[in-house]
Design a protein around this ligand. Structure first.
Ligand code: ADP
Ligand code: MG
Length: 307
């Protein structure tokens, strides 16, 4: 099996427009995504995620670099590379006069899917739009439109499904439905690439993660390795009300939480919890209760994208 995606030296400069100066949205990105994974592309607003995805989708022209999709160079084999990927875009762009069924048929036509190989009814069922199949798209709720976009991305049964912020602003039911579908498609062999603002979601869903910032990949690791990357644990002590910060071993950082608890962050590679607790007790501070906190993806993300 080829790599799902191979990107080398990818650059994108948006030309100056009116008062807006030219913008280097991607500044030389190298990224390989292996087939079969659920890959998370994370980064703050404006990092270049959508630009990268839209280049993969063939919606935005790259300025420089090489993009291969399922082993097909985008510039050498544009048709094959396009057929290998389905993209659910961030923007809700659809023709208000087409019903979901018609939208799917039109999309299948665009991809040259023969009538006998279409799976329109199954797709409508998959995304829970069977009852709305013949309704006008303009009468669909925002959530239904998103589900239709997912179905549209799947008409040609691509090897790779790309979801750009699929759960931004959607309710919990739709979010769960989306993730259930994504998991099932992945189990059936589809490679999934997604961007999301919800780091908890990425932590739960993705095997591998790349974080991009200012148009560059700052890290690319398995989710597990990424999470163990920050050398910081936190002990949160209930001291019966806010207290002055006690003297602590070097490397430990105290902070008073809004609820009055004393949070002490320390590097577990160099300090043990009992050294912290001994220091607190030695300062005469009572310890009524202790909770331990592990770093989550949010902490890693903040650390890596801090300017
Ligand atoms: P993200 O999806 O990570 O939020 P984008 O790829 O949408 O980031 O944007 C990356 C940068 O490129 C931002 O500074 C954005 O303002 C700029 N940008 C995006 N699309 C365009 C465009 N069509 N024309 C000019 N600048 C753009
Ligand atoms: Mg975006």
């Amino acid at each position: 099996m080829p790599d799902a995606i191979q990107i080398t030296g990818l650059r994108k400069t948006y030309a100056a427009q009116g008062n807006a100066p030219a913008k280097d949205a991607l500044k030389g990105v190298d990224l390989t995504i292996r087939a079969g994974s659920i890959f998370g592309l994370l980064g703050p607003n404006g990092a270049g995620k959508s630009t990268m995805i839209n280049i993969l989708a063939g919606l935005v022209n790259k300025t420089a670099g090489k993009v291969s999709i399922w082993g097909f160079d985008q510039d050498v084999n544009p048709r094959q590379s396009r057929a290998a990927i389905g993209v659910m875009p961030q923007e809700l762009n659809m023709d208000p006069f087409f019903s979901p069924r018609a939208s799917l048929e039109v999309q299948a036509g665009l991809y040259g899917v023969p009538k006998s190989e279409r799976w329109t009814d199954e797709l409508l069922a998959l995304v829970g739009l069977t009852d709305q199949g013949n309704a006008y798209a303009r009468n669909l709720s925002g959530g239904m439109k998103r589900r239709l976009l997912l179905a549209k991305a799947l008409v040609h049964r691509p090897h790779i499904l790309v979801l750009d912020e699929p759960t931004a602003g959607v309710d919990i039911t739709l979010r769960e439905m989306l993730w259930k579908n994504v998991r099932r498609l992945n189990e059936q062999g589809m490679t999934i690439i997604l961007t999301t603002h919800y780091l908890e979601e990425a932590e739960q869903m993705c095997d591998e993660i790349a974080i991009i910032n200012h148009g560059q990949v700052v890290v690319r690791q398995s989710t597990q390795d990424l999470l163990s990357r920050t050398d910081g644990k936190t002990l949160v002590l209930d001291t019966g009300g806010a207290v002055p910060h006690p003297p602590l071993p070097a490397g430990a950082r105290p902070e008073t939480r809004p609820d009055g608890r004393l949070a002490i962050t320390y590097p577990p590679s160099r300090l043990r919890a009992d050294q912290i607790l001994d220091a607190v007790r030695a300062a005469g501070v009572p310890i009524l209760d202790v909770a331990a906190e592990q770093p989550d993806l949010e902490d890693v993300f903040v650390e890596l994208t801090r300017d």
